[in-house]
Design a protein around this ligand. Structure first.
Ligand code: ADP
Length: 362
């Protein structure tokens, strides 16, 4: 792929454990000459992607995340953000084939475990070669690019100590280093980032977004992430968890633990009466709170260890999920006595795919 080469569409793809993220660059500065030369297949693909916002069974374009007037490899255009379930990969490949992708000789920059797992399928079905990149390298590249392109990319919660009152506010992330980066996907990776090309993976946990969704489906019979979040919004974890006050009758003053803190997640569910009085909503809420607080706790220890005060949370677990974001903002602030700040980024789960699109030829 040369600078300005439009013989193939520019994609960046992150094939994750749950979701596949696709970032597509739509050139907007095509000259009449180029228009004449542009292969019809390429034009059709561009039209198909940009005219629709739903593709196949599970494909969605997040139109609210579209970035216009960006410059990549000396070309101007728009970035489109598309996701679908990784389990739907065979349908995606079929669709790509129907749109003529197999007739183009294309290389797609890809990251995530699926870039390895599906490599043969891509070549056999749609004649696509995958240029593979590391998912953590591309994650950071994507974040830095988005921050420069979009002045309101980064935000935090004001009044984080009062969840009922906390509100989203823009954060100036133009001098980002150093920071802790917590990527909450199916599982969780935690990085300490010292500079643009200087980071290490300091921790992780298998209790991530996939765990929330899996447990929630088991406990409530729900069938999608959106449904799980909706249930959680209407539920109350205090009917499920054992709080400090359920054990102490009030606060545990000596160590500053107030009565309404969770002492034991799901700690009331061994009691038959309690079990029979909880709703699906309460169970969904308790699952969300359990997973979120555990991630918050590990992230905070990492920040302490690395002596960093900014903790950036990304990944699709935070999609349409203000409960978790507010809870994380609260946890960072409360448990650090205000020294730690939780930050969030608008393009949540797309940074790996975005970084991938940028990686080609540096
Ligand atoms: P991965 O690369 O591991 O797939 P993501 O950053 O894409 O990670 O996050 C996946 C997680 O995002 C899921 O485990 C789930 O908690 C959450 N999620 C958000 N939206 C969806 C969705 N539409 N379908 C499935 N999971 C979703």
């Amino acid at each position: 792929l040369r600078t300005g080469d439009f013989s193939m569409p520019w994609f960046g793809m992150d094939i994750g454990g749950t979701l596949t993220k696709l970032v597509y660059f739509e050139p907007k500065d095509i000259t009449p000459d180029e228009q004449d030369q542009e292969a019809e297949i390429l034009r059709n693909i561009r039209r198909y992607l940009t005219k629709n916002s739903a593709y196949g069974k599970t494909g969605h374009r997040d139109t609210h995340l579209q970035m216009d007037n960006v410059e990549i490899r000396k070309r101007r255009g728009s970035l489109h953000f598309i996701r679908f379930q990784t389990t739907d990969m065979s349908n995606f490949l079929l669709l790509a084939k129907q749109k003529g992708m197999a007739e183009l000789v294309t290389t797609v920059c890809a990251t995530g475990g699926g870039a390895f797992k599906f490599e043969n399928e891509f070549r056999q079905q749609v004649n696509m070669k995958l240029a593979k990149f590391d998912e953590l390298d591309t994650l950071i590249k994507g974040i830095l690019f988005a921050e420069v392109q979009n002045p309101t990319e980064c935000y935090f919660y004001e009044n984080a100590r009062d969840i009922m009152k906390s509100e989203k506010r823009a954060f100036d992330f133009s001098k980002p280093y150093p920071f802790i980066l917590v990527n909450v996907g199916s599982g969780v990776s935690i990085l300490a980032v010292y500079g643009p090309d200087n980071y290490k993976r300091v921790s992780g946990t298998s209790l991530g977004g996939g765990t929330f969704l899996g447990l929630c489906c088991l406990l409530t019979g729900c069938n999608s992430f959106e449904e799980a979040i909706q249930l959680a919004t209407k539920g109350d974890n205090r009917k499920v968890d054992k709080l400090v006050r359920d054990i102490y009758g009030g606060d545990y003053d000596r160590f500053g633990l107030t009565g309404d803190l969770v002492a034991s997640s799901f700690g009331q569910m061994h009691i038959k009466d309690k079990r029979s009085s909880v709703s699906r909503e309460d169970l969904a809420n308790a699952t969300l709170v359990t997973i979120t607080n555990n991630i918050g706790s590990i992230a905070r220890m990492c920040a302490l260890n690395e002596k960093m005060d900014k903790v950036v949370f990304v990944g699709n677990f935070l999609r349409v999920n203000p409960i978790s974001m507010k809870l994380l903002a609260y946890a960072m602030e409360f448990w650090s006595n205000g020294t730690l700040k939780a930050l969030f980024l608008e393009h949540e789960g797309y940074f790996g795919a975005l970084g991938c699109l940028l990686q080609f030829n540096g």
